[in-house]
Design a protein around this ligand. Structure first.
Ligand code: FES
Ligand SMILES: [Fe+2]
Length: 448
């Protein structure tokens, strides 16, 4: 277990503001934003307690009574389809003495029954039964709200369901900004306008802070080094154990340390916009393998007409869309939903659901699932390198010096994008992380 650095918890808003101002500058952040327990506690209240948090894809709960359990920060919730087709997000906490009501990760039910004393609830959360109820006065039962509490806001953008524990704030569409275009393009690439989640889930944890995974989803600086074994013909695996004699070294045909060396990944861009929303682009989308399947192209042309179908393919250049603070969607290629759940300052859970496309030949969907398995599963070639790195970062940050983590790559050179506060840079720039920390700073400085 890594050591966790401790900081005095700020006692007032003014203290918090001074503390937060000291933690984040435009091009750098203090190491403690990743290692301090008090900062993590404040994040759970002020970031996860306010933001739109991804709950589920609609296809996971198609029928009345279908549910999945999820979390808003550390708060457990149930996402359930009601009899009228609407989706409710309920706090997974018994109003009696507090037990988690539903332990399953998914299922179908006509009621939820608490395992402690048997109180039970309808799928809209309403209390439907209390065992041996005559020990309670009728006036008490009538006067109290003893149903499962509802999360304040739930919105669904084209099948992607989000919830916010805050009563007010931006609408989901305003909040996700440019990432809406990614979802639209993803769905336009389906001949029926639909994607679905039914290939199971990869679920794993790493010993490190949640922000490391969110940042890594926007980091095209690292692949030639962290993922040398995958992206370079002569590349080697990271050295996995201390004192191992073989393993990682930077390999390149051309020395990347030369002044004029340019990363191949800088053919793409990184965009960072308001509310910390950010994404990567890949310029060679039209050469992606699934789009080369003739029946798939024809199905798209049948749906949209030739010109529009070709435009959709040509515009399909968003790769990772990182929905701050809880979700990475691979919008093209090996489409998947990757949820990042903070467990503790030094522990993070990652859940990955491959997404499949309706109305395409089976081989396309098999290809998507296979590609997701080799990319982001717990036994993949790629994500395992990242998990190793996250733990090394957490370990390295225990060093008392230097004070700062540098996010300065491309700082001051970006150009403007079309969405509010959107900045654009080359893909290896740290533009996305800077956008995330701009919003982090705003949320963390504002008392609830
Ligand atoms: S805690 Fe749920 S019934 Fe008692
Ligand atoms: Fe990576």
């Amino acid at each position: 277990m890594q050591q966790v650095v401790k900081l005095e918890r700020p006692r007032s808003t003014t203290d918090a503001r001074t503390t937060i101002d000291d933690l984040v500058q435009d091009d750098r952040v203090r190491a403690k934003v990743y290692t301090d327990e008090a900062i993590f506690d404040l994040e759970m209240e002020r970031v996860f307690g306010r933001a739109w948090i991804f709950m589920a894809h609609e296809s996971q709960i198609p029928r009345a009574g279908d549910f999945v359990t999820s979390a808003i920060g550390r708060q457990p919730v149930i996402v359930v389809r009601a009899a009228d087709g609407s989706i409710n997000v309920l706090y997974n906490r018994c109003p009696h003495r507090g037990a988690i009501v539903c332990r399953e990760s998914e299922g179908n039910t006509h009621r939820f029954a608490c395992p402690y004393h048997g109180w039970n609830f309808r799928i809209d959360g309403e209390l439907s039964g209390i065992p041996f109820r005559n020990a309670y006065d009728d006036a008490f039962l009538e006067g109290e709200n003893l149903s499962l509490a509802r999360v304040a806001r739930v919105e669904n953008y084209r099948g992607f369901v989000f919830a916010s524990a805050a009563e007010s704030g931006p609408s989901l569409v305003d909040y996700i900004g440019p990432l809406k275009d990614g979802i639209d393009n993803l769905l336009d690439r389906s001949p029926t306008g639909e994607v679905f989640v039914s290939a199971g889930v990869h679920r794993y944890r790493y010993k490190g802070n949640w922000k490391m995974q969110l940042e890594n989803g926007l980091d095209e600086y690292h692949p030639p080094f962290s993922h040398a074994s995958t992206v370079r013909p002569g590349g080697q695996q990271l050295q996995r154990a201390y004192a191992a004699k073989t393993g990682y070294k930077v390999l390149s045909d051309k020395d990347p340390n030369q002044a004029d060396a340019k990363s191949h990944y800088d053919h793409g861009e990184v965009h960072g916009a308001r509310y910390g929303q950010a994404f990567l682009t890949i310029p060679d989308a039209t050469r992606r393998s699934e789009l080369e399947v003739p029946e798939y192209r024809q199905a798209l042309i049948d749906r949209h007409g030739e010109q529009k179908a070709l435009d959709i393919i040509a515009n399909s250049n968003m790769s990772n869309a990182v929905f701050y603070p809880s979700l990475i969607v691979r919008v093209s290629g090996n489409m998947h939903i990757r949820v990042v759940r903070p467990i503790a300052v030094d522990e993070t859970e990652v859940l990955v659901w491959p997404m499949q496309v309706k109305g395409v030949p089976d081989q396309v969907n098999k290809g998507i699932v296979r590609y997701a398995n080799v990319h982001v599963s717990v036994s993949s070639f790629v994500q395992t390198d990242d998990l190793e790195i996250f733990e090394r970062v957490f370990e390295g940050l225990q060093a008392g010096k230097p004070d700062w983590v540098m996010l300065a790559r491309g700082y001051g050179r970006e150009w403007e994008g079309p969405y509010p506060d959107e900045k654009v840079g080359y893909a290896t720039w740290e533009t996305g992380m800077r956008a995330q920390f701009r919003y982090w700073k705003a949320l963390m400085s504002e008392a609830m």
